[in-house]
Design a protein around this ligand. Structure first.
Ligand code: ADP
Ligand code: MG
Length: 603
């Protein structure tokens, strides 16, 4: 148990979100509230003594009298009650402040954790960020971070309870040592026995956290697959499946509540019986006096919920522990896979070429390398098209350029600048990238095009959209450029989304432009128009364009063709030269008929 607690503290510390000032504040509040609780409970004895025999004070009342005299107070029923009232007032006020402060600290920690988790994951290298999965990511930032923050309030409560218990022990030991001994041995036994329940809760809590991760992933996936579900007539099957899965989730959650609720049941009935027995024994055989009986009754009444609270909090700590472990693990992994921003060379523009020298890339958790010793030169200011069957490593190759992923071996040079030495901000500022999949955020069309380029004027946005062949359909939207779109497929077709992605890249117009299958969902005419526009754009005159495309008609106009197969460059050169050579490109041209401009590369 202690080893676990220490491990937990280390995990909490590794999150780097706990402030010393918070810990100090909360513990001082706990100490003050506990002291006044002990004083006010302890005051019961002198009050009873005073009522019994006010003329001849003895025991507690005598000590109290000297304290009262020190403050220039007379001992009377009125002053006794007034002091008692003051102590109760201070105790409850501090408890109130402590509850509010604990909640504030808890939410501060929840927020700091979620922010730090997001930042760490998003600044990790692309291979790690991509491996998290959206279900896990959402669950982590929402539920797990909150649960971890709740641990803090549980610890504050436990600390207060322990202090309170010590205070009670002190007060009652002074009043009636033997009775206290019996009472606290019983209490200790009860807390020890509750251990069994807590162990079981921990196990259920841990299962639940794991299950929840998978569950969120599962439901997200079912929504994304709605089209497939309808088309393959598997609605009934999926409804049964989701009911089964959510039923399992519900059963596990209920089991956890039932398990947690057994603790108050056990502690409530068990402790009350023990205490009544103790009171009976103490009253009959031990050192319990009339004046201390009220004290013991009060201690009993106050201690019972406290002991229950202790068990409940330890139970909660066991349950939250799984979330804490998960958050701590992801934070640590993300920190360890942090992308290297450290380069001190600034990239401004490309003069000669990008060269790949023996570049290999292996994704984590995958058997084979996606790139196997790629040697390649991409000339500046020209269009280089990369073609090859799907899975041959085209996207991987271009993802290397903005350092979304880093090579496992070999090196890349931008002219005579080693790619790894370039400052990450300047590198990414120098590359405009239209990805295979266009991600749109919930914002207006104009904001989506200008994402990351907030200083663009409306006319710049519109002219980029025009060049991407998007202007017309945007103007047909209900509010034109101010129409709010989101990432749901509802509003825009695949081709329209691609045109927005292209408009984004054109608006940025960096010295290097990467287009990863930017036109695959466009019809041939639009694609032609777009490609012509990109080529002819005066503002893209000196841009180095790297284009991944499937249509032979598109790539035939490139200055240079690179054919990738199984992560290796198998052919490179001018399209007209490659056409005559034996090899994949020539084969594809022949398969697609006469090799005229309408051909596709089929796979
Ligand atoms: P292409 O763009 O040519 O279709 P990719 O570069 O996307 O090919 O993929 C090349 C290879 O790397 C494929 O075998 C693919 O399965 C694998 N791959 C791509 N992305 C990942 C990833 N994030 N993790 C593991 N393997 C990946
Ligand atoms: Mg690809």
């Amino acid at each position: 148990m202690f080893a676990q607690t220490i491990q937990q503290f280390n995990n909490i510390r590794s999150l780097q979100v706990i402030r010393k000032s918070h810990v100090l504040q909360l513990s001082s509040l706990a100490v003050v509230s506990t002291l006044f609780e002990a004083f006010s409970v302890g005051m019961i004895i002198p009050v009873v003594e005073y009522l019994n025999n006010s003329k001849d004070p003895d025991g507690f009342l005598r000590y109290l009298e000297s304290v009262f005299h020190f403050f220039n107070l007379d001992v009377s029923l009125f002053t006794l009650c007034a002091v008692l009232w003051f102590m109760i007032f201070v105790r409850f006020s501090t408890t109130f402040i402590m509850s509010v402060r604990t909640a504030q600290v808890k939410h501060y920690i929840g927020r700091a954790l979620a922010t730090s988790c997001f930042e760490n994951i998003i600044t990790a290298n692309g291979a790690y960020t991509g491996s998290i999965g959206s279900g896990t990511f959402v669950n982590l930032l929402d539920h797990q971070c909150q649960a971890t923050a709740s641990l803090v309030s549980s610890y504050v409560t436990v600390f207060t309870i322990i202090l309170t218990a010590f205070a009670y022990i002190a007060v009652t030991v002074v009043a009636a040592p033997l009775t206290s001994l019996v009472a606290f041995v019983m209490l200790g036994a009860a807390v020890f026995l509750s251990q069994k329940f807590i162990k079981r809760s921990r196990a259920i809590g841990s299962d639940l956290v794991k299950f929840r991760d998978g569950y969120i992933h599962y439901i997200g996936e079912r929504y994304r697959a709605w089209r497939q579900i309808k088309l393959s007539n598997s609605v009934v099957q999926e409804v049964v499946e989701i009911s089964r899965t959510s039923g399992r989730f519900a059963r596990m959650s209920v089991a956890l509540v039932a398990q947690s609720s057994r603790i108050p049941l056990f502690m409530g009935v068990g402790l009350s019986s023990l205490m009544l027995l103790g009171l009976f024994l103490a009253g009959s055989y031990l050192d319990l006096k009339t004046s201390t009986i009220p004290l013991f009754l009060i201690v009993m009444v106050r201690l019972l919920p406290t002991a229950q609270g202790m068990a409940a909090q330890r139970n909660a700590i066991a349950i939250y522990d799984e979330s804490l472990k998960r958050v701590a693990l992801v934070m640590q992994e993300a920190r360890e896979s942090k992308e290297d921003e450290s380069g001190d060379r600034t990239f401004v523009s490309l003069k000669n070429a990008i060269t790949f020298d023996g570049v290999t890339l292996k994704y984590p958790f995958s058997e084979n390398a996606a790139l196997k010793g790629v040697n390649l030169s991409i000339p500046a200011g020209k269009i280089t098209a990369i073609i090859g069957p799907s899975g041959s490593g085209k996207s991987t190759l271009v993802d290397l350029l903005p350092r979304l992923i880093v090579p496992s071996g070999g090196g890349i040079m931008f002219d005579d600048l080693p790619h790894a030495d370039i400052d990450l901000m300047s590198l990414r500022a120098g590359i405009s990238f239209a990805s295979q999949e266009v991600v749109l955020l919930t914002a207006t069309v104009a904001e989506n095009i200008a994402y990351g380029q907030i200083n663009s004027s409306r006319s710049e946005i519109e002219s980029a959209a025009q060049m991407a062949g998007a202007d017309k359909f945007i103007r047909d939207l209900p509010k034109g450029y101010d129409t709010v779109i989101g990432d749901s497929e509802r509003q825009l077709s695949g081709g329209q989304r691609q045109r927005l992605g292209l408009a984004r890249a054109i608006l940025k117009s960096a010295p290097i432009m990467i287009l990863d299958e930017p036109t695959s969902a466009l019809d041939i005419e639009t694609e032609h128009a777009v490609m012509l526009a990109i080529r002819e754009l005066p503002k893209l005159k000196n841009t180095t364009i790297i284009l991944i495309a499937h249509r032979l008609s598109t790539v035939a106009k490139a200055d240079k063709l690179v054919v990738l197969r199984d992560g290796e460059v198998v052919q490179e050169g001018a399209p007209s030269d490659l056409k005559a050579q034996p090899g994949w490109y020539g084969d594809m041209l022949r398969i697609s008929g006469d090799g005229l401009s309408q051909g596709f590369i089929d796979q």
